[in-house]
Each structure stands twice: as structure tokens, then as C-alpha cells.
Design a binder for this molecule. Structure first.
Ligand code: ZN
Length: 389
């Protein structure tokens, strides 16, 4: 294979084995050394562990020399010929070639992974960087078994992570962030096109703050990071959250509230719309209070005028205290005259001033980075194409 290296002892021509081969075969040193070089380079490409299916006549055709020469190589202990099994072996393979073999295996693995990944992204219609984004978000760890990317497995291979759809596309799943988690090859293949409940898998390894989202039918529909975490609640990140209590939210009311929130609560809500299909716990209780929803729908667009909040109000906070919505409506949070009060609302801030030279430098850096990534992809594509041919 092109681009491969073979480590050869610079003292090879003077080795006793080579001298013995010269004596036994009557061939000059160049002949002997070149035949050996052909043998080892052939073996480096075709032998996984130093053994390959090969007969002496075929070896002579491939590497030159003749029957007598290869039997002499065997006689000095540099080749093992098993004529009944039709194999040849290179003794001391590990010591001699394990570095090259290891490097080759790693390149082959990376090429294969790259190919699988490109094909996977294409098949799923995912953005090219989707895998990287998902892996980063979850700390490069399989959410089902906790295997870390690059960790060694049995057989010398390394863990590679796939992007798994919690709800498979075949079962109506989407490419939304909430539905994408990293899974190792083993878990991913085991899960296949099934819902989690149909497998023995469970989402057990999540970074702190992430939660499993459960649909109304009690089945897992994805994973989300809550924008706000209840105080005093400790998460180890290794155990699934306790099953939610079977509070039955009013779905129609929740749909109305969510739509109004995503559309009307200002810049922050538009940038990070409230995605989970399940309302936050705080909302479940509010939605059944008579009249609350009507007031909430009225209060949401008014949130922008509230200058009392130093940080943006999240939906759970909005639904949290019984009197919160009432106070938004009656202007309790609009107090602009109080000197101790924080900055004006996020929508009112002047746009940041950008230094044009800084912007240009940033654009150049991004372009360079992009070019580097594309070159690496091209290189891996070429390797993949060459390997396939
Ligand atoms: Zn796994």
C-alpha cells in the first residue's frame, strides 16, 4: 500500500542469517536482501498477525526467488511454512511490525469511520457537523453504556460514537436536538430502528442538567437540558431521573401557552424556543387554574416591558409563583425609576459595536479553519476511495 513504511535493520546485510542464506543459496547479498524486503513488505500489507494464506510457488511468484530460496529462509528461522494449511508466517512479527500494523489499522479505522459517518449524515439528512455537535454536547460518551470515544475495546479496536435517534426516523423521529444522542456502535446497532422500550437499553449516562423527556404515553421521546434547574436537586448524571408523576397536563392549553411563549416572550424566547412537548412541572399546576391561561397569554407580550429583571425570565419562572402573571400585568415589574434596578430588558440594549478590523480577522480565521477541515475531509475521502478500489 502506498505511503506505508517498513522498519528494516540497517545492519541487515551483515546479519548471520543473511550470510547463511548467501552460503546456502549461492545468491549475492543484494538478491537476498531484496527478496527479504519483498517478503516483509508483502506481509506488512497482507498479514494481520504475521500469518497469511500462501504457498511456496505463490510466494515465489509474488516476491521473486524460488522454492529453494524460501526453504532456505525457513531454515534460518525467518519464515514458517505450513504446507498442509497452505500458510506462511513471519516469526517475531509483533516485535518487527506491530508499529506499522497498528498505524495501518488505525488509519483504516478512521477511513471507515469517516465513510460511515458521511453516509450516515447523508442518509439522515443531518448537517455535516451534526455528529460533532451532538458528541460535544454529551461529553463524547455513549448515553446507553457510558463508553467514551476512543476508549480501547476488546480486539484492539477503539470505541467510535454514532449519532442515535432516540425515536428512530422510521418511527416518526426527527433530527431535532432533543432526539439526537451519541451512542457507541455496539449500542447503536443493538437498538436499530426500535423505540427504547423495545430494547434492553436505557439512557443512563447524561451530563449534569440533562433530563430524559417522556411522552404522554410514558415512552422516552428524547433528552433535554432544562434551562433552569430546581434548587436543591442533586443529579449524579448516572441514573435516570425518577419516573414523572402521572400528572396529566391539559394538552390543548399547554399548546396554546407554548406557542404564545415562543412567539411573544421576546428575543430570548425566539432564539431558544421552548421545545419539550411536556410542559415544565410548574406549568402543569397553573394550566388547571381557572383563568390563569388567559392572563398568561396577555402577560407574555408584556414581559418585554418589565425592566425589573436582571436576567431573562424563563417559562418555569413565569409559571412558578401563583401571583407572577398578575404582577406582570399590573406593572409591578415595570418599575424604571428605582435606582437599584438592573439594566433594561434584553430587547432594549443597543447593538454591540463591532470593530471592522476585528471582524475581518475573525472571518479570515474561520475561513482558514473551514479550508483545513475540507482538506482533511478530501484526504479521507481519497483514502476511502483508494481503499475501496
Ligand atoms: Zn454504548
Amino acid at each position: 500500500m502506498a505511503g506505508e513504511w517498513l522498519a528494516i535493520d540497517i545492519g541487515l546485510p551483515d546479519k548471520p542469517e543473511v550470510q547463511e542464506l548467501i552460503d546456502m543459496t549461492g545468491q549475492p547479498v543484494e538478491y537476498v536482501c531484496f527478496r527479504l524486503y519483498r517478503l516483509w513488505s508483502w506481509a506488512a500489507v497482507h498479514c494481520a498477525d504475521g500469518t497469511a494464506r500462501m504457498t511456496i510457488p505463490r510466494l515465489s511468484r509474488t516476491c521473486g526467488g524460488d522454492d529453494a530460496f524460501w526453504r532456505a529462509v525457513a531454515a534460518v528461522g525467518w519464515l514458517e511454512i505450513d504446507e498442509t494449511a497452505a500458510t506462511v508466517a513471519v516469526p517475531g512479527w509483533d516485535r518487527r511490525f506491530s508499529q506499522a500494523a497498528k498505524a495501518r489499522r488505525e488509519v483504516a479505522e478512521r477511513v471507515r469511520e469517516h465513510r460511515d459517518r458521511s453516509a450516515e449524515n447523508k442518509r439522515l439528512g443531518l448537517h455535516a457537523n451534526a455528529r460533532e455537535t451532538v458528541l460535544k454536547r454529551f461529553g463524547r460518551q455513549c448515553v446507553y453504556c457510558g463508553a467514551k470515544e476512543g476508549q480501547s475495546m476488546m480486539g484492539g479496536r477503539r470505541v467510535s460514537l454514532h449519532v442515535d435517534h432516540v425515536v428512530p426516523i422510521a418511527a416518526g423521529g426527527t433530527n431535532d436536538d432533543e432526539n439526537l444522542v451519541p451512542a457507541c456502535k455496539v449500542c447503536n446497532l443493538h437498538k436499530g430502528d426500535r423505540r427504547l422500550e423495545e430494547t434492553s437499553l436505557d439512557i443512563r449516562f447524561l451530563p449534569e442538567g440533562f433530563e430524559v423527556v417522556v411522552g404522554n404515553d410514558g415512552r422516552v421521546t428524547g433528552v433535554t437540558r432544562p434551562r433552569y434547574q430546581r434548587r436543591g436537586e442533586e443529579r449524579t448524571g448516572e441514573h435516570p431521573p425518577p419516573p414523572r408523576e402521572a400528572a396529566q397536563p391539559d394538552q390543548a392549553a399547554w399548546a396554546k401557552l407554548r406557542a404564545a411563549w415562543n412567539d411573544g416572550a421576546g428575543q430570548e424566547a425566539r432564539r431558544r424556543p421552548w421545545k419539550p412537548l411536556q410542559p415544565p412541572d410548574e406549568a402543569v399546576g397553573r394550566l388547571v387554574e381557572p383563568g390563569w391561561l388567559e392572563e398568561a397569554l396577555e402577560a407574555i407580550p408584556r414581559l418585554r416591558a418589565c425592566r425589573y429583571f436582571k436576567t431573562w425570565v424563563g417559562l418555569p419562572q413565569f409559571c412558578g409563583k401563583p401571583a407572577f402573571v398578575r404582577k406582570v400585568l399590573d406593572g409591578s415589574y415595570d418599575d424604571v425609576n428605582e435606582p437599584k434596578i438592573g439594566p433594561r430588558g434584553p430587547d432594549d440594549r443597543a447593538p454591540p459595536r463591532v470593530d471592522p478590523s476585528f471582524e475581518a480577522a475573525r472571518a479570515a480565521t474561520l475561513a482558514r479553519e473551514q479550508a483545513r477541515r475540507e482538506a482533511e475531509h478530501r484526504r479521507l475521502d481519497e483514502l476511502a476511495a483508494r481503499e475501496a478500489s
